[in-house]
Design a protein around this ligand. Structure first.
Ligand code: HEM
Length: 306
């Protein structure tokens, strides 16, 4: 359910679409049979799917809680506090899932893609992990500060391909004047993260983690602040940013500690080129690519192709 809903929402909720509907509210009343108005039936389908996605998993969790089978979780905490209904727990749980899963999974796919495209950078992460944690030993959060290169790679992944290139459409709550322009209350605002990345960094297409490091290999003091723009701005900025940063780090550190990611080979042993192609939508995902995932601890001949 989550995957289907995410698919339809990400396709329909792009900044361009929201902008068009806000500028031309009459589009809301165009019948769905009208050529080009398929967004009407998509919206109706999406509304039904959102309702089911909020209700069904929550009812299931509630039944599990009643028989003591629900593991410790956000929903269990809310149920135990007896505040689940009043605090819209089911809507919040569904919202967190949709907001967290698409963004985090896409960032991880970009991470693996960049490791395949930049094998010398992957080598450096492996060297750092082996020197600090030890080969064959899985890293823990206690190792995080001693792995600045890995962290710089993750900052660079978010910069190289921001997964929410146009953020989430917002509206102003009050009138304001910005650089001489009067912005009335209720104006639609779309922030252009893609534009920021392309204007603020030299050679923006080049994947280079050292942008976030000092000359002696430590993280630049402003690196974390600099990457906060990928999580939005002000009081509606992403509430899951700390969770995202921790879970991305844990996944990336574990994956590179255990595996090497390479281009897949065809039947003649020739490497299959990987061309970065991204799907359009509110969250930008890399299109599927073939790769080879090789265990770093088993016998090197033992290769798993995926
Ligand atoms: C790499 C991962 C993630 C990225 C790049 C990301 C980015 C964003 C951005 C740009 C926004 C809009 C902010 C704004 O309008 O100023 C947002 C909103 C949101 N994010 Fe994330 N996010 C990520 C992961 C997560 C996770 C893991 C969670 C939850 C555990 C989460 C929960 C939310 C929620 C609930 C909102 C809506 C907030 C609101 O409307 O007030 N996100 N995110």
């Amino acid at each position: 359910m989550a995957t289907d809903l995410a698919e339809i929402m990400m396709k329909g909720m792009t900044g361009e679409r929201v902008g068009l509907l806000t500028a031309l509210p009459i589009l809301e009343y165009v019948p769905s049979w009208f050529p080009g108005a398929e967004y009407q039936s998509e919206a109706r389908k999406c509304r039904d799917m959102v309702a089911s996605f909020c209700d069904l998993p929550f009812s299931m969790a509630k039944r599990q809680a009643e028989t003591g089978r629900l593991p410790r979780s956000f929903v269990l905490d809310m149920l135990e506090q007896g505040e689940a209904e009043g605090l819209y727990a089911k809507d919040i749980a569904a919202g967190i899932h949709i907001a967290a899963a698409e963004t985090t999974s896409s960032t991880l796919k970009v991470f693996i893609l960049t490791m395949i495209l930049n094998p010398e950078i992957q080598d450096k992460v492996h060297e750092e992990l082996d020197a600090v944690v030890g080969k064959g030993v899985l890293p823990t959060f206690e190792d995080r500060e001693r792995l600045p290169y890995l962290q710089a790679v993750l900052y660079e992944v978010m910069r190289w391909h921001p997964v929410l290139p146009l953020g989430v459409p917002r509206a102003t709550t009050a009138s304001d004047v910005v650089e001489g322009y009067h912005i009335p209350k209720g104006t639609l605002v779309i922030f252009n993260i893609w534009g920021m990345v392309n204007n603020e960094y030299s050679n923006p297409e080049h994947f280079d983690p050292t942008r976030h490091l000092t000359e002696d290999g430590r993280l630049r003091p402003d690196a974390m602040q600099d990457s906060s723009k990928y999580f939005g701005f002000g009081r509606r900025s992403c509430p899951g940013r700390f969770f995202a940063s921790e879970s991305l780090w844990a996944a990336a550190a574990m994956l590179l500690s255990a595996f090497r990611f390479e281009k897949a080979k065809d039947a003649f042993g020739k490497e299959i080129e990987v061309v970065p192609v991204f799907r359009r939508g509110a969250v930008s995902h890399p299109a599927p690519y073939q790769c080879s995932i090789i265990s770093r601890t088993n016998n090197v001949n033992e290769r798993d192709r995926v």
